[in-house]
Unconditional design. Structure first.
Ligand SMILES: *Cc1c(COP(=O)(O)O)cnc(C)c1O
Length: 223
């Protein structure tokens, strides 16, 4: 068994049936995507539009997740390819997704990206802004369905120290998930990467985005 298969299956078992394991394949070639899909992966995460476009046609059928920052002018390229966009953090982006989804006669699933640690280097809105953004999307974006929240915690050698940032987003998830609206159906709390997924799951995550622990370190010099 290859190490990718082994790593994926071990992680999938460890995280359990209630947590969706999204295999993050950025920088990795199509062969590695197909390998993890053969191992049982149903969901693939990429953080760049161009990589999705380059790989999409060469990969076995699978659900694609846009997990990275998305520029409005690139929404049109992926609107009919991805099953969920994790990184919605502005009305401008939500409106563009809505417009392009309508053109394709589809409803796009999105997550709101919350930057609970308020790190300046990261995208996402603050916890205080979350309610207003959700409300405005529900008012003006009929072709967008809000499925939950996403959070990237600050990197810490000891992930136990960022536990509070996950917990804050879980609180928002429970609060806004109670809203009754046909375009809001919370199912995913997307938190946790290779180094902090255990803590994220302990704090309520049900979707982890994992690259390094499946595929090994990324080599950015090749991309
Ligand atoms: C790269 C990336 C991941 C995966 O990170 P690993 O540390 O390799 O597991 C998860 N989420 C986002 C948004 C990413 O860009």
């Amino acid at each position: 068994m290859s190490s990718i298969t082994e790593n994926f299956q071990r992680l999938n078992k460890e995280t359990g049936d209630d947590v969706l394991l999204v295999a993050v394949t950025k920088t990795h070639p199509v062969e590695m995507l197909n390998e993890v899909i053969d191992a049982g992966a149903t969901d693939i995460g990429e953080n760049k539009v161009q990589e999705i476009l380059d790989k999409y046609e060469h990969v076995k059928p699978v659900r694609w997740h846009m997990i990275g920052h998305l520029q409005t002018n690139k929404v049109k390229y992926i609107i009919d390819k991805v099953s969920m966009i994790h990184s919605v953090d502005s009305m401008k982006l939500a409106r563009e997704i809505n417009k392009r989804a309508a053109q394709h006669d589809l409803v796009m699933d999105i997550l709101i990206q919350v930057n609970s640690a308020q790190e300046e280097s990261k995208f996402g809105i603050t916890t205080d802004e979350t309610g207003a953004l959700i409300e405005e999307i529900l008012e003006s974006c009929p072709n967008v369905r809000i499925r939950g929240l996403m959070c990237i915690a600050p990197y810490a050698d000891d992930p136990d120290t960022v536990r509070q940032y996950f917990a804050e987003v879980k609180k928002l998830y429970d609060k806004f998930g109670a809203i009754e609206h046909e375009n809001l159906d919370f199912k995913y709390l997307s938190m946790g990467m290779s180094h902090d997924y255990k803590v994220a799951i302990e704090e309520g995550s049900n979707l982890v985005r994992i690259g390094t622990s499946i595929f090994g370190e990324r080599d950015y010099s090749k991309s």
